[in-house]
Write a protein that binds this ligand. Structure first.
Ligand code: MN
Length: 508
């Protein structure tokens, strides 16, 4: 493996600034502090906490992150304006990311100024920030479309005036890896950062090329959040450097997935299921050949071990599944089918898949029970269910169930009728065991308000998880059906043995 990186690579995370500029994203100061703390724990070197000039809330966030005693440097975005620099210094930031437009397009169209005016403003701002005791990362905005000789002059003089570091911003994602390799070396007047956007899907490749050409710091965001198509993502860059280039980044890679889900939850931006490293499907296998392969030797179809980024491999069953995967899943659920039974179970799963069904654990258990002639007595039965909801009422659900023969009534309020209903169910079975709802998703199978609604849930209890579903035209009843189906499977675990005894084998 050829390693062509210079000194160790630094990570400048801008999830809380460029990432927060993702349309629709807005974090509270408390949320920002939570993410900053997690970022520092993971090992990034610089956290760009926000723009000091943007709002009172931003300054509050910067202040709380700067005061939190994190191991990372607390940086804030500023324009080349003394007022911005004062706000940054007063908020307690360690450093400023001082951004100056350098392309003629930005200088003329956006600022309506000349190159001369902009450079003078920029250099004075650098001097002023140094006077205020700040570390200065001096950044050229839209640098990839700038006259590179002009950019070099702006950077060279900026360093003369006191800038500690420089940053090349490919603001609209137009740089290629080849150009980055050529552009970086003449700009190394001070440690250089590279800031790339992913508009054409080149963000990661260009970042790596710039690092190989002499840049020593990469600007990144968690989950690749950021303006438009986003920035180079932290998790992809770290793993690309570690796996493909053998670099020890010093980042706690096993925290990358927890960090990703944390950020997804707080920003409300869902991840594409096929996103590298952190997408739901990144370590999920369904196809028979692949599942069989990874069970024998994970490296057959996995470029890296999921545990390395804090994840676990998932095998899902569907029409592409082979008997090895089905048998492993069944064993996991406590079933031990013989060869003939296994063949029949696989055939039935494939038929459901061919019919376009997404197959849940509860479906598989039901198939196994039928094929293996195992009697399944649900321990929960719904007796009655009422929901009250409206403009003047807190959504309230009451439910009566037979739980292992005892009639139990439970009631709960919730943020909406579905939430109230699920809480009432959880409360009713609380004596038997606490069941947690981990995932809830709804699909309308047909259009219109009379659509058939398909609710899928993932429930867990004592480390065991089960997926199940309900399909009805009534979304609340579909949810109740899905949760009860899952609870019945989870609660069954303890009081039934599904390994085949000899009697049953003989009978089957
Ligand atoms: Mn940017």
């Amino acid at each position: 493996m050829i390693v062509l990186f210079g000194e160790s690579i630094r990570f400048f995370d801008t999830t809380l600034r460029d990432g927060e500029q993702t349309p629709g994203v807005s974090l509270t100061p408390a949320g920002k502090l939570e993410i900053a703390t997690h970022l520092a724990d993971v090992g990034v070197h610089v956290i760009e906490a926000g723009s000091a000039a943007a709002s009172v809330g931003e300054r509050e966030s910067i202040r709380s992150i700067a005061d939190a005693g994190l191991a990372a440097e607390c940086c804030t975005y500023v324009r080349a304006l003394p007022g911005d620099i004062d706000l940054a210094a007063d908020a307690g930031a360690d450093s400023v990311h001082l951004v100056v437009p350098v392309s003629d397009l930005h200088i003329a169209k956006k600022l309506r100024k000349t190159r001369e005016q902009v450079s003078q403003m920029a250099w004075s701002a650098v001097e002023y920030a140094k006077e205020r005791g700040l570390i200065v990362e001096f950044s050229g905005e839209d640098a990839s479309r700038a006259d590179q000789d002009f950019l070099a002059e702006v950077f060279r003089e900026g360093v003369e005036r006191g800038a500690d570091r420089l940053c090349f911003c490919d603001t609209v994602g137009l740089l290629t890896p080849e150009r980055a390799a050529a552009i970086v070396p003449p700009l190394l007047f001070a440690p250089l950062s590279i800031h790339c956007h992913d508009d054409l899907g080149f963000g990661l490749a260009t970042t790596v090329a710039a690092l190989r050409a002499g840049a020593t710091c990469a600007h990144v965001t968690v989950n690749g959040l950021g303006e438009r198509a986003g920035n180079t993502s932290l998790e992809e860059l770290v793993m690309a450097l570690e796996v493909l280039y053998g670099v020890d980044t010093g980042i706690k890679t096993e925290e990358l997935y927890p960090l990703s889900t944390h950020v997804a939850r707080l920003t409300g931006v869902p991840l594409a299921t096929n996103k590298p490293i952190v997408g739901e499907m990144a370590f999920t296998h369904e196809s028979g050949i692949h599942a069989h392969g990874v069970m024998r030797d994970a490296s057959t179809y996995e470029p890296l071990r999921p545990e390395r980024v804090g994840r676990r491999r998932r095998i899902v069953l569907g029409k592409h599944s082979g008997s090895t995967a089905v048998e492993a899943a069944l064993n996991d659920m406590g079933y031990a089918p013989d060869g003939t039974q296994l063949k029949e179970i696989v055939a039935r799963i494939k038929r459901l898949g061919d019919a376009g069904m997404r197959i849940t654990d509860a479906d598989i258990m039901a198939i196994a029970d039928t094929v293996m002639e195992i009697e399944f007595t649900p321990c929960i039965e719904l007796r009655q269910f009422t929901i009250v909801s409206g403009s003047n009422a807190m959504p309230t659900a009451s439910v009566t169930m037979l739980v292992r023969g005892d009639e139990i009534t439970g009631a709960a309020v919730g943020t909406g009728p579905v939430d109230a209903a699920i809480r009432a169910l959880q409360r009713s079975v609380a004596d038997v065991g606490s069941v947690r709802l981990d995932e809830y998703s709804v699909d309308a199978i047909t259009g219109g308000t009379d659509a058939l609604v398909d609710v899928s849930v993932k429930l867990s209890r004592n480390g065991k998880t089960v997926t199940s579903r309900g399909a009805r035209t009534d979304i609340i009843m579909a949810s109740v059906e899905a949760v009860i189906a899952g609870m019945n499977r989870l609660l069954r675990e303890e009081h039934e043995d599904r390994s085949q005894d000899s009697d049953r084998s003989a009978a089957a």
